[in-house]
Design a binder for this molecule. Structure first.
Ligand SMILES: [Zn+2]
Ligand SMILES: [Zn+2]
Length: 133
């Protein structure tokens, strides 16, 4: 499906094509820190259909425990994470679901790095909730 997205301040906008059933949830500690949240929701977009329409993301290259390097792009003004990719010649972009306008249409296919999942993530349905703020 064709999707489009933007960072919070709107400086960076993009469009891409994704499989809406390809969303994955990453519970790794790097994703927790880099997203500032409990886990990260990513959806892969093939490079040939990913187009940056405006803005130039700031780049952070993360070195994993394994020594693998991964490029992380985010908005230098509002800080919203946009994607991660291979450092050189990326074949696909891991888009951050929260920046995509059509994100409610995605379904998670799998969770990875469950060993570092926060202990309460599966108990959220039982937590008192309000529809707004
Ligand atoms: Zn921004
Ligand atoms: Zn991760």
């Amino acid at each position: 499906m064709k999707i489009d997205g933007r960072c919070h301040c709107g400086e960076i906008t993009f469009e891409a094509e994704v499989d809406p059933d390809a969303l994955h949830i990453c519970h790794c500690t790097d994703c927790q820190t880099l997203s500032g949240s409990a886990f990260r929701a990513n959806i892969p977009a093939p490079a040939e259909h990913f187009v940056l329409l405006s803005g130039t993301p700031k780049i952070y290259v993360k070195t994993a425990e394994s020594g693998n390097k991964r490029l992380h792009a985010f908005c230098g003004t509002c800080g919203a994470p946009i994607y991660s990719s291979a450092v050189e010649n990326p074949q696909s972009y891991g888009l951050r679901a929260g920046t995509i306008r059509q994100r409610a249409h995605f379904s998670p296919r799998r969770q990875i790095w469950r060993r570092s999942a926060l202990p309460w993530v599966d108990a959220l349905t039982g937590v008192p909730a309000t529809e707004q703020g």
